[in-house]
Design a protein around this ligand. Structure first.
Ligand code: GLN
Ligand code: ZN
Length: 765
């Protein structure tokens, strides 16, 4: 297997790291806690019966950061960030530089963070330039190898491979135009060779090099670089055997490249669409002389595997390599630790689930079946069959009313009855907004008082009515501020929402909540995604009361606020027993009813957020069209049931969407708000060049920085936007929701935003 959750059963790692950051514990104490957690994992894995236990999959923060560190890719600003009292080479010094890269300091910015492929994990982006000097620092993998040795285990250290490390990096700020990190490959390979030799010297028999970038479409230059990298690395004589691993999809053109290389083994994903690796491997004639690590247990979903299907795959693979080992498809980092901790879930449903600990058991059962025959694991296979049958036949997974409704959706249900021009006219008449209308994205600061109210409610110190009262007071505050500030379209501020997905998941059927299902999002941040287990319906309105109580406080329009179907799926664990498109359609229908209820309650504006639309894009281009078709259809199904004079807004965070611009147009949302402040409104030029026909609110307030933009700078941004978009299709709003900001910043920032809109308005016509 490739890796296991790092946090410990009670998220001990999070606590230990945060204590260290707060200055309450020294480096030695943190490192000792970390070593204890590693030992615990190795013992668990060995006791479960895993034949070969991986090493170096632990991280204090992020494994890509660890890989950058291992090759000495430490930006000078971070290298200089250690406090003066820390002795160079000491653990204090090491951790100060390491965490400066991860989180920045008061003086220097951290490495950028971005999504790890199409998972919800975020990695730190190494910065490389022509001046980067690589230097081998195998300290971490060596230490961890030695630690496991003390437990009597010879681990297989897992390192991020050189091609992936370079492709996941970005050019350093001073790299000069057009610099490509891949051009550093020749300088990087000797450093990898040195690290491999060091691991070999202490007794590592195998080392795993992860090359997940090869599951994406790659140009010939990258495939050639891959061939060169593994030719070089296998040329050394004092090295361990090499296992090159890929996951999150099929290898495609990279498969023959790796198959022809002299590495001793390949680890491939055979789950879901990556099952295409199997025929590809067969048509190549297999991997004669090599070891194949077969990822047949899905490492990313939370469902019990279909063991019989996995066995059938393994049976075919047996003829295609010298040795076939069973494994999860990828690191188990992306799933919660153990279903045994879920005492609130119906035991019937619990049997359908497999978290990291259960996936290890599934792997061991399959390996045993390969070795000793299926009779040896007959009871496990029978239990697995029974659990799967119970899931397939359950009323939770099959609600006939939901299915009938989804089957009856017609194309007309997914299109607004009126065209945009007609809608815009009707909306102008109903809303009577000034040109360049001002609004916000939805959330207002999530204050300590709000969090305390939620904690009090959970702990029983506050009853439902008391909680409601506190939230209502917050809504009153938010509305009154917006009126005074002079915003045109108001929001209620979302104070009742713990999270924009969880809030709805808790009110829809088909979603399950876990109590301990934490997964790492980045660093010490963990999330508990809902499990979308069954058919989705909406037993009762979810936001209408909050809308009503806000709307009653003002004469100005208040936006209804919902999370879109794609984002609901993207930030949950989704079911694997039907196409995603079918699940999205069910969620869309539930939202459609909510939109209708908001409209009936008087909402003239409804916003349906889809910040995840872009990030869920399949890794390979071949899958894009199909995904975008169902994703945009689900959005339209949710939103197109309204009258012409009801205005539909959507919001997406990112700005780089060049490749999905047509899909965004396909959403047919009357208004879209997007991140734009940091890029100086670059998106407005793109939109106008593409002939985007609907209204746009390019963000003028960068809410990711604790900085309050002044009126003059906002005016300048609006003037820039007006060069590309006509005033009647331009809105004025922040980049994103304000929940992470403080009132002290939000108040002046929004006042400046309104002042800027008024100033520019006065110069129009
Ligand atoms: N309406 C949400 C908010 O304002 C949108 C958040 C998001 O785009 N991630 O917080
Ligand atoms: Zn956003």
């Amino acid at each position: 297997m490739h890796g296991y959750p790092r946090q410990g059963p009670g998220r001990e790692l999070k606590r230990a790291v945060e204590q260290h950051w707060a200055g309450r514990t020294g480096a030695t104490e943190l490192l000792a806690t970390a070593a204890g957690l590693r030992r615990q994992v190795w013992r668990t894995l060995a006791a479960a019966g895993l034949d070969e236990v991986p090493g170096n999959h632990f991280s204090l923060y992020d494994h890509v950061l660890d890989a950058a560190w291992m090759v000495g890719a430490i930006p000078p600003r971070h290298a200089a960030a250690a406090p003066p009292f820390a002795e160079p080479g000491s653990p204090e010094h090491h951790l100060a530089v390491y965490f400066a890269m991860a989180r920045g300091t008061a003086e220097v910015a951290p490495l950028e963070m971005t999504k790890w492929f199409d998972t919800n994990y975020h990695y730190l982006v190494p910065e490389l330039g022509p001046g980067t000097v690589f230097r081998a620092d195998p300290g971490k993998p060596l230490t961890e190898f030695a630690e496991a040795r003390l437990l009597g285990l010879t681990t297989r250290p897992v390192l991020l491979g050189p091609v992936s490390l370079l492709l996941l990096a970005k050019p350093a700020a001073d790299a000069g135009p057009g610099f490509e990190p891949l051009t550093l490959l020749d300088r990087l390979l000797p450093v990898y060779a040195e690290i491999l030799a060091a691991l070999h010297a202490v007794g590592a028999e195998w080392v795993q090099l992860d090359e997940p970038v090869l599951a994406q479409d790659q140009p010939p230059a990258v495939l050639n670089a891959t061939a060169r990298a593994y030719r070089d690395l296998t040329a050394a004589t004092d090295r361990p055997r090499l296992l090159v691993a890929s996951y999150f999809g099929e290898l495609g053109d990279a498969l023959p490249v790796l198959a022809r290389s002299r590495v001793e083994g390949l680890a491939l994903d055979f789950t879901g669409p990556a099952a295409a690796n199997l025929p590809a491997l067969a048509s190549l004639g297999g991997l004669p002389g090599k070891r194949l690590v077969a990822g047949v247990v899905d490492g990313r979903n939370v469902w019990a595997a279909d063991l019989e299907k996995a066995l059938a795959t393994l049976a075919t693979l047996l003829g295609l390599a010298d040795r076939v080992d069973v494994a999860p498809s990828c690191s188990l980092l992306h799933v919660p630790l153990d279903t045994a901790a879920e005492r609130d879930l119906d035991p019937q449903v619990l049997r359908w689930l497999a978290f990291a600990r259960q996936k290890v058991d599934e792997t061991v059962v399959l390996a045993r079946a390969l070795r000793e025959g299926t009779e040896a694991v007959a009871p496990q296979l029978a239990a697995n069959r029974a659990a799967r049958a119970s899931r397939a036949g359950s009323a939770l997974t099959r609600d006939p009313a939901v299915r009938a409704r989804a089957a009856g959706v017609t194309p007309a249900d997914t299109r607004r009855a009126a065209r945009y021009a007609e809608r815009a006219e009707a909306q102008r008449a109903r809303l009577a907004l000034p040109p360049l209308p001002t609004t916000t994205i939805g959330s207002f600061p999530q204050t300590d008082a709000l969090r305390a109210a939620r904690a009090d409610l959970r702990a029983g110190r506050l009853d439902a009515a008391g909680y409601r009262e506190r939230i209502t007071a917050e809504v009153r505050e938010v509305i009154s501020f917006q009126e005074k500030a002079g915003l045109d379209v108001l929001v209620h501020g979302e104070p009742e929402r713990n999270d924009m997905v969880q809030y709805f998941a808790e009110q829809l059927t088909g979603f399950l909540a876990t109590r301990h299902g934490w997964v790492q999002s980045y660093g010490t941040r963990y999330v508990r995604p809902p499990v979308l287990a069954g058919d989705v319906a909406r037993p009762a309105p979810m936001t209408v009361d909050w809308y009503r109580s806000a709307a009653a406080l003002t004469d100005r329009p208040v936006k209804g606020m919902l999370t879109g179907p794609v984002t609901m799926l993207a930030w949950s664990f989704v079911r694997d027993d039907q196409p995603l498109a079918d699940t999205a359609r069910q969620v869309a229908l539930a939202l459609r009813d909510e939109v209708a209820d908001l409209e009936a309650a008087g909402a003239a504006v409804v916003q349906v957020d889809e910040p995840a639309l872009r990030e869920t894009l399949p890794l390979r281009r071949a899958g894009h069209a199909d995904y975008l078709a169902w994703a945009t259809e689900a959005f339209r199904l949710a939103t197109s049931g309204v009258r012409a004079d009801t205005q539909v807004h959507t919001h997406m965070c990112y700005a780089e969407f060049g490749d999905i611009l047509r899909a965004i147009e396909e959403l047919d949302a009357d208004v879209i708000s997007l991140e734009a402040a940091r890029s100086g409104m670059a998106v407005t030029a793109e939109l106008s060049a593409a002939g985007y026909p609907l209204a746009v609110g390019p963000g003028v307030y960068d809410i990711h920085a604790p900085r309050v933009p002044g009126t003059a700078e906002t005016v300048a941004l609006l003037r820039k936007a007006l060069r590309h978009l006509p005033a009647e299709r331009l809105w004025v709003n922040p980049d994103c929701g304000l929940k992470t900001r403080a009132w002290a910043e939000v108040r002046p920032a929004l006042e400046h935003l309104v002042a800027a809109a008024r100033e520019v308005r006065a110069t129009l016509r």
